[in-house]
Design a protein around this ligand. Structure first.
Ligand code: GLU
Length: 295
């Protein structure tokens, strides 16, 4: 089996990414699989070289190693273009206001579903550079998530024609992640459950390209005691700060205890946890980060 870490270098690693990376690593190592690292620097405005350097250092510090590094996404334009060319796409000139019009359908996680306005619109010679959408006909996608169980979405209703290339020329995450995981031979994708609702659109892309989707495991969110999602802005939960107050073993022990992977809050290394790891121990309920991390 082949698993991967796919961090975005848009900030310092945060407790949520650390948890996801830990679980992805434990799953690979407990199956004697191969671990890939792919830095997802797709977004040129948000990705910073310094964060890429910090990612290598932080993963080493945590004791999470990898067997091979995949190319940076920023260097993969040609691969994405070749895949983009295989899809039925059309340019979209809609303005922000049109996209977020009050009557635009919304789905549960707040995304607006594209109404298909530009399907019939003739290419325009306006100054506006279009985004590109993929044409999605009615289609139901179901898959069995390794943690959350069966998920079904009617894609044209829950996504509509989604963007595969942004107006700034950057290929969309949905397209890039499918190309990279499929071509890298990834068989197991472990990531935060904020991406659970994107997975049917990705599975649909796998099928468009004739690739076999991997097994997906979405790990629960980390939340504050009041149920609020931990924000990336909380500096006391980023690794720069955490490193000053905890050893890697303390940090991993606390995460393992909070997520029911370990029975007590005792320092333990990532490799020390491998033999105790089981997907069955992970629940779908959000993991409450309480006083464990108070210093
Ligand atoms: N790059 C994404 C992140 O850092 C993860 C994408 C994925 O695992 O598919 O949240």
């Amino acid at each position: 089996m082949i698993g991967r870490f796919a961090p975005s270098p848009s900030g310092r690693m945060h407790l949520g990414n650390i948890f996801t990376a830990l679980i992805a690593w434990l799953s690979v190592r407990s199956q004697d699989g191969k671990m890939l690292l792919r830095i997802e620097d797709l977004d040129p405005d948000r990705s910073k070289r310094a964060y890429i350097e910090a990612l290598y250092e932080d993963l080493h510090w945590l004791g999470l190693d990898w067997d091979e590094e995949m190319p940076l996404q920023s260097k993969r334009d040609e691969v994405y273009r070749a895949h983009f060319d295989r899809l039925k796409t059309y340019p979209c000139y809609c303005t922000r206001n049109e996209l977020h019009a009050a009557n635009a359908p919304h789905v549960s996680d707040g995304r607006t579903v594209y109404a298909g306005t530009c399907r019939e619109r003739l290419p325009q010679s306006t100054k506006k550079v279009p985004a590109w959408r993929v044409w999605v006909d009615p289609c139901e996608i179901s898959f069995a998530d390794g943690v959350f169980g069966n998920v079904t979405q009617e894609l044209s209703r829950e996504w509509g024609d989604f963007i595969v290339r942004r107006s700034d020329g950057v290929y969309a995450y949905q397209l890039a992640v499918v190309c990279d995981d499929a071509l890298g031979g990834v068989t197991e994708v472990v990531r935060g459950c904020d991406l659970l609702s994107s997975t049917p659109a990705q599975i649909w892309l796998y099928r468009q390209f004739g690739y076999i989707p991997p097994k997906f495991y979405h790990v629960p969110l980390l939340v504050a005691p009041d149920g609020r999602r931990l924000s990336k802005r909380e500096k006391d939960l980023d690794l720069a700060y955490l490193k000053e107050h905890f050893t890697p073993q303390e940090l991993i022990g606390k995460l393992a205890f909070a997520s029911h992977l370990a029975d007590s809050d005792c320092p333990i290394s990532a490799s020390g946890l491998v033999s105790q790891f089981s997907w069955q121990k992970l629940k779908t309920e959000p993991i409450v980060i309480d006083k464990q991390f108070a210093v």
